[in-house]
Design a protein around this ligand. Sequence first.
Ligand SMILES: Cc1cc2nc3c(=O)[nH]c(=O)nc-3n(C[C@H](O)[C@H](O)[C@H](O)COP(=O)(O)OP(=O)(O)OC[C@H]3O[C@@H](n4cnc5c(N)ncnc54)[C@H](O)[C@@H]3O)c2cc1C
Length: 387
Amino acid sequence: MSDKSYLDWPFFEERHRVLARELDDWASANVSHLHGRDVDSACRELVRKLGGAGWLRHAVGVQPWGHGKGIDTRAICLIRETLARHNGLADFAFAMQGLGSGAISLQGTPQQQERYLSRVASGEAIAAFALSEPDAGSDVANLQCAAHVDGDHAVLEGEKTWISNGGIADFYVVFCRTGEAPGPRGISAFIVDADTPGFEIAERIDVIAPHPLARLRFRNCRVPLSQRVGAAGEGFKVAMRTLDVFRTSVAAAALGFARRALDEALQRATTRRMFNQTLADFQLTQAKLAQMATTIDSAALLVYRAAWQRDQGRGVTKEAAMAKLSATEGAQQVIDAAVQMFGGLGVMSGQPVEQLYREIRSLRIYEGATEVQQLIIARELLKEMKA
Ligand SMILES: Cc1cc2nc3c(=O)[nH]c(=O)nc-3n(C[C@H](O)[C@H](O)[C@H](O)COP(=O)(O)OP(=O)(O)OC[C@H]3O[C@@H](n4cnc5c(N)ncnc54)[C@H](O)[C@@H]3O)c2cc1C
């Protein structure tokens, strides 16, 4: 139902317009009805479907694999926006295949890329990105999960938490303290297959918008050094480069949730009768709808500016932070307004706006909370001023 005129914006090339329209049709037929299932099996099925239909190839970049050359940020954003509009779990399944394999796409050896990326792209292997810890979330450079070298292996000891796809992933890219230098310069990344002895799921975590999530534990977990991604001590850079690609796409997902909320609100407001007219006939409702549409378009402009700029090979630290800040905070307001227009129905379990209300909340927290984005934007502004 959403207005697609934004696809005419100069940020896009023809292939993006075709992609967005084809995916919209595919998603209507394939993912819209998957709500209400157990999340693990729904997620596995979504990964298989997205892989089978070829969409996951965009999450890992197209062949030939290698150093993220194939990553098309605008395509990733359009896909996340479209999937989020249809089904939050489908967006999650797509995004995690990209985030979980991003380090390998960007910095993996040819052997690592060969071994993992085609299986991630086809949906045969499920990926996860394990950075956060109980005492290192926003302050992630302070992570404590450690790895020491023993012969030709790294031995991992410690915990990770809030790990999406935890419990169903086939492999995890795990960031560990290896001690080459203090702080962020002493961290390395390792690919840990889910069946590696010494690795276990310590706890499954339930959240308000259910998806596979877990706390991970590593005890004497031996991983061949050939599974290290990037050089020793370069893991933090690998993590930040991966997040740089996907931060803008979190904003795109928020945009998709917001567009769905506006669609639902328009539908409801124009059909719900009260006081001898429809809800949409009241100017107070019209003001809400106008604000929702304006918030959505402002966020969309920031999202696709950042995606376009990254695809030009330019830095997007400030632009991606602005997109994430504006789109996630804006979507929360848009969705809340939609829930209000639905009245009691807005908080009834299973209603699309109720699901959106739960889905949007964590996007303001993960991959850099709103406050962290504010600090990034200000830091970049001050740097520009001094330059
Ligand atoms: C649903 C979900 C999925 C996730 N998936 C993954 C995953 O797949 N992999 C992974 O590694 N991690 C994942 N995370 C973890 C996520 O990245 C962290 O939750 C996030 O970084 C915040 O860390 P924290 O929860 O420890 O909160 P804290 O670091 O304790 O921060 C709490 C709050 O403090 C505020 N804050 C932070 N910094 C500042 C500041 N400088 N000034 C003022 N206020 C500030 C913010 O409001 C923040 O929300 C996920 C989290 C959630 C909720």
